[in-house]
Design a binder for this molecule. Structure first.
Ligand code: SF4
Length: 429
């Protein structure tokens, strides 16, 4: 039996798709190649914005058109929040929400026997336990995302995730260590700890915190080359964690710290757990421990009621915090969240204009940060190769994209190089 997978959304979704593929491989399936008939299609959906819902539906229809005989299995956040819509789409045989993904091979067998559509979506997602099914099939990459927890209890007013992914629950530390050792033994040089609320790891465990997990990984996997944290909330960056980072060359010199808004009045309406003064104080603390660290962030513009003054506060705050890169999102009302019911929704034109202003600011900040490292020695893990320009491409510890002229691909190699910006990069910008 053959299968194809398609993933929308975040790194956690990508990880879970790989984990389901591993389960199918263990049952004797294999990933279909170009000319092979496809028996099963796994589509992992996202519901973070209304556009993600739309894209999820579009891809389900597209795959049914391409492979009308294939058994379509739909999983993930959109399937969790709206299983009825998903199951009504043509060709959908099995709908699994944000739990029970480990049952997919059995559900396919069940469907093959009875040809009855199967919808197994646990509605009360606050009941979910951590579904510990890891990735056991490895590719030739040098970096791997590793899921350490699921769910979130923060209920930011704009976010659908606590409703789609359920309560925060942490993966057993032994299972995490086992998988990291496996990945390192298969040649992976960098592990990126990821989750729905990564830094919240351990808050459901008795006295075992996220920084305890990081310390355990560094102790138990001494041959790990680089460990990166995919994203972490401001209040979860503790002196303990910063101490561990400052004393370990394995810890990547980069933190992704979602800000969402640089206006305390907007942060309040977002139900975020800090104000701008606390966030700035944390940025200062981080730089006291790690002066050269790269800080990137997420920002939502056009949140209900966001005035021009509040947006200007955000703009100026971002400059003051001096991030190295911004991910900018226009506010997208998600039905079921309190923000979607708020008055004074901002017009799409104003959102667009504010997104563009922050994207320009992000380019300026990134160029400024890169300039600080031109001519300096940096350590790069190479991951890609540009056949046209004959450059090997990889990431530094502080998340710069580095290029190195090479006649051949050097995936997985680690090199100290002098960091520089190449003209073809500048022209592209
Ligand atoms: S912290 Fe907030 S934005 Fe992040 S997943 Fe939880 S509720 Fe959503």
């Amino acid at each position: 039996m053959t299968y194809k997978t398609f993933t929308l959304g975040c790194k956690v979704n990508a990880y879970e798709t790989d984990a389901v593929a591993s389960l199918l491989n263990a049952r004797g399936y294999h990933e279909a190649n170009e000319n092979e008939i496809v028996d099963v299609i796994i589509i992992n959906t996202c519901s973070v914005t209304s556009t993600s819902d739309q894209k999820s539906r579009q891809h389900i229809r597209k795959f049914h058109k391409l492979y009308p005989e294939a058994i379509i299995v739909v999983m993930g956040c959109y399937a969790q929040v709206d299983p009825e819509s998903v199951s009504s789409l043509p060709g959908v045989a099995i709908v699994v929400g944000a739990s029970d993904r480990h049952r997919i091979p059995d559900l396919i067998e069940q469907y093959k026997q009875h040809s009855q559509a199967i919808i197994t979506v646990e509605k009360n997602q606050r009941n979910f336990d951590y579904e510990d099914f890891g990735v056991t099939s490895f590719t030739h990459n040098s970096r791997a995302y590793l899921k350490i927890q699921d769910g979130c209890d923060n209920f930011c007013s704009y976010c659908i995730i606590p409703y789609s992914r359920g309560r925060l629950r942490s993966r057993p530390v032994e299972s995490i260590i086992t998988e990291i050792k496996d990945l390192v033994s298969h040649g992976y040089k960098e592990i990126i700890l990821t989750g729905i609320h990564t830094g919240g790891y351990g808050s459901d465990l008795d006295g075992f915190t996220f920084s305890d997990l990081v310390a355990t990984i560094l102790r138990e996997v001494p041959n790990l080359f680089r460990l990166r944290i995919s994203s972490i909330e401001e209040n979860e960056v503790t002196p303990d964690l910063l101490n561990i980072m400052a004393q370990s060359s394995v810890m990547a010199r980069h933190l992704h710290l979602p800000l969402q808004s640089g206006s305390s009045s907007v942060l309040k309406r977002m139900n975020r757990k800090y104000d701008t003064a606390a966030f700035l104080a944390k940025v200062k603390m981080i730089r006291d421990y790690l002066p050269d660290i790269a800080l990137s962030t997420d920002v939502i513009v056009g949140f209900p009621g966001e005035t021009e003054e509040e947006f200007t506060e955000t703009y100026n705050f971002i400059k003051q915090a001096n991030f190295m890169r911004l991910h900018v999102f226009p506010f997208s009302p998600r039905s079921g969240t309190s923000a979607a019911r708020m008055k004074n929704q901002v017009s799409p034109e104003v959102k667009k204009e504010r997104v563009n202003r922050l994207i320009s600011l992000s380019e300026e900040l990134e160029a400024d940060y890169e300039r600080r490292f031109i001519g300096r020695k940096v350590e790069v893990i190479f991951e890609e190769y540009d056949e046209t320009s004959h450059f090997a491409i990889g990431h530094t510890s502080n998340y710069l994209v580095a290029k190195y002229p090479s006649p051949v691909a050097i995936h997985g190699q680690i090199k100290d190089i002098i960091f520089q910006i190449y003209t073809h990069d500048i022209n592209k910008k």
